[in-house]
Design a protein around this ligand. Structure first.
Ligand SMILES: [Zn+2]
Ligand SMILES: [Zn+2]
Length: 352
């Protein structure tokens, strides 16, 4: 079969022929119908070095995947060949307290996971291929009616990650509250939709690109702002001077974290999701009182079921551009240049 593989750190992935995967006991092979291209893959190609992570290349890219059950290993029941499924991406040990709650993104026994702290497309072969081996059937979530693998694939990360970040702040997103989304890319454009679908908060979207702000406005953002010197007073003024109850930073650079802190409200949340590696000087006076600052990583399996339900009911509509497997590198280049909107989804197979 064909696979888009990262062969070594600090290199571009290559399309190569590899053997078709064969499922062992308890495992499942999925024919991939959609594999999202994620910004974090660019970090894998450009920034990581040998020794930094407990895993490394070569492996097949693609950590947001959906498709159709292709082959079941011995002992797997409850799934039928041809059934459409989404693949839950973060793979933990499956036995620690967090994993038993479906929060494998925060597994506390990672030495017993297939790849410590990784998953399919992150150290283990992912979904930018005709087929993907899923090491346990527990990572499969059946797709609800009305949702196809091409649209489901980005929901497993670009949907699930902002959903988790929004969901944990639900108690603060009451009527009269304001949420700020910084960075309207693959995750951020879905964050706007998730806020509108699941909360009564006013939504302010921030991005440097006019097209991204248009996309946010079309998806229901109440106000769009460019992150220049005027951004802080505009956001403060639009909230009656109080600031935003929840700020979600999908960039995570020095300047975006500083902006997030500057527009936050007493008792608010500043949640940094983006991996740009920015720093923030924390002092007693650098944030309004009782603002909580946190990072988040991905989401839980129950939350993925909720995200898929939102999408099946038309409340979450990822903006996607599709590419055949041979054009995966082109899709990454477009993402890198900032010239594409929403999510780029690689489609190895158009049907089961
Ligand atoms: Zn990702
Ligand atoms: Zn675990």
């Amino acid at each position: 079969m064909r696979a888009v593989r990262l062969m070594e750190w600090k290199s571009d992935p290559v399309l190569v022929e590899v053997d078709d995967p064969v499922p062992g006991p308890g495992q499942v092979v999925v024919r991939i119908g959609g594999a999202g291209a994620c910004h974090s893959d660019l970090h894998l190609m450009h920034e990581f070095e040998p020794g930094l992570l407990p895993w490394g290349p070569p492996f097949t890219l693609g950590h947001e995947n959906a498709g159709w059950v292709h082959a079941l290993g011995a002992g797997v029941t409850g799934f039928d060949v041809g059934q459409p499924v989404a693949i839950y991406g973060p793979w933990g040990c499956g036995r620690c307290p967090r994993c038993l709650l479906g929060m494998e993104n925060y597994c506390e026994q990672v030495q017993d996971a297939p790849v410590p702290g990784g998953g399919g497309g992150l150290g283990f072969d992912g979904g930018m291929a005709d087929y993907m081996l899923v090491p346990s059937a527990r990572h499969l979530v059946p797709l609800p009616d009305g949702l196809d693998p091409v649209h489901a694939a980005p929901l497993t990360d670009a949907g699930l990650t902002p959903y988790h970040a929004v969901r944990r702040s639900w108690p603060k997103l009451v009527p009269g509250s304001t949420a700020v989304v910084i960075g309207v890319g693959g995750l951020g454009h879905l964050a706007v939709q998730i806020l509108k679908a699941t909360t009564a908060a006013r939504v302010i979207a921030v991005d440097t690109r006019a097209e991204a702000l248009n996309l946010a406005a079309n998806e229901g953002a109440d106000l769009t702002v460019e992150p220049d010197e005027g951004a802080v007073p505009v956001i403060r003024e639009s909230t009656g001077g109080r600031g935003a109850d929840v700020v979600l930073d999908f960039v995570g650079s020095d300047s975006t974290i500083a902006l997030a802190a500057a527009v936050s409200r007493f008792l608010g949340d500043v949640t940094v999701v983006g991996l740009a590696g920015g720093t923030f000087a924390f002092t007693f006076f650098s944030l309004p009182y009782e603002v909580s600052v946190q990072t988040t990583y991905w989401g839980s399996r129950p939350e993925l079921i909720e995200v898929l339900d939102l999408a099946a009911r038309g409340l979450l509509r990822p903006t996607i551009t599709t590419f055949p497997l041979e054009e995966a590198l082109h899709a990454y280049r477009l993402m890198e240049s900032g010239s594409s909107l929403g999510r780029q989804v690689i489609v190895p197979s158009p049907g089961p």
